[in-house]
Ligand binder design. Structure first.
Ligand code: F6R
Length: 240
């Protein structure tokens, strides 16, 4: 695994974007994350889009996850997050954007549809954040490594961590999410994992130093992937 430490989230995000740009082809497929982690990365993408001749016209995207039980219009839906933080600012085609349909009436059908689309595509570049408990996507500890798209009950730690987006009220945080599985993530050709802040240090330490690969710390599976690049700020640096 290629490990990179930068002083700030902004610097680390700009370095991660540089790597994305080097690997981005006209018709690449990108796997995208939400939450606080990728915001500066998306800013760097938008900034460069405005000032260079890069085009997203033939780019396809797949998001990792979406909360169950909140509609698109909810300010914290991941679909809304993506529109606000990236899609509304670049020339991506709406039909090339894929996000789990976690407000579908028939969730089983929505799972099958998303899985089918993922199976018919190869994600060239997957962006990942990591939970303080080591989750990737919303694959919480205990999720089998061979999992595909599924609905997961969010852990108390995740609900607590994400309550900051819901006015600090854990009762407002959805309790379930639809997520790509670990198997889907591992199929990506290049994985870029970002981690910022002290509360990610432990997960990064387990990823970088613990020889054990265990479903109890989902991100440890990335040790088995041949092309993982990690970008952290100094607070998440396990050597610090
Ligand atoms: C979000 C996702 C999650 C987050 C993780 C960290 O799409 O898949 O794994 O990356 O929960 O969240 P933040 O970035 O808010 O600390």
């Amino acid at each position: 695994m290629n490990y990179n430490v930068y002083k700030t989230k902004k610097e680390a995000s700009e370095a991660a974007y540089k790597l994305i740009k080097e690997n981005l082809k006209e018709n690449s497929t990108l796997g995208l994350a939400t939450g606080s982690t990728p915001t500066d990365l998306y800013k760097a993408m938008i900034e460069d889009y405005k000032t260079s001749n890069i085009s997203y016209e033939n780019i396809t995207t797949f998001n990792l996850d979406e909360y169950v039980g909140i509609s698109y219009d909810h300010p914290e839906s991941y679909h809304k997050f993506m529109d606000t933080n990236l899609f509304n600012h670049i020339n991506i085609k709406r039909e090339n954007i894929n996000i789990p349909d976690a407000s579908a009436k028939n969730l089983q059908k929505a799972i099958e549809n998303y899985q089918k689309k993922l199976d018919n595509n190869t994600i060239n570049i997957q962006i990942l954040g990591v939970g303080s408990n080591g989750h990737i996507g919303f694959n919480e500890p205990g999720t089998p490594f061979d999992s595909g798209v599924h609905i997961i009950d969010l852990e108390d730690e995740t609900i607590e961590a994400n309550s900051r987006f819901f006015g600090g009220d854990i009762n407002q945080v959805p309790k379930q999410a639809m997520t790509m599985g670990i198997k889907d993530i591992m199929r990506s050709e290049l994985i870029i994992l970002l981690a910022f802040g002290e509360n990610k240090k432990d997960a990064i330490k387990k990823l970088m130093t613990n020889s054990e690969i265990t479903t109890e710390i989902p991100c440890t599976i990335l040790k088995n992937h041949q092309n993982v690049h990690i970008f952290v700020d100094e607070y998440a640096d396990y050597q610090n």
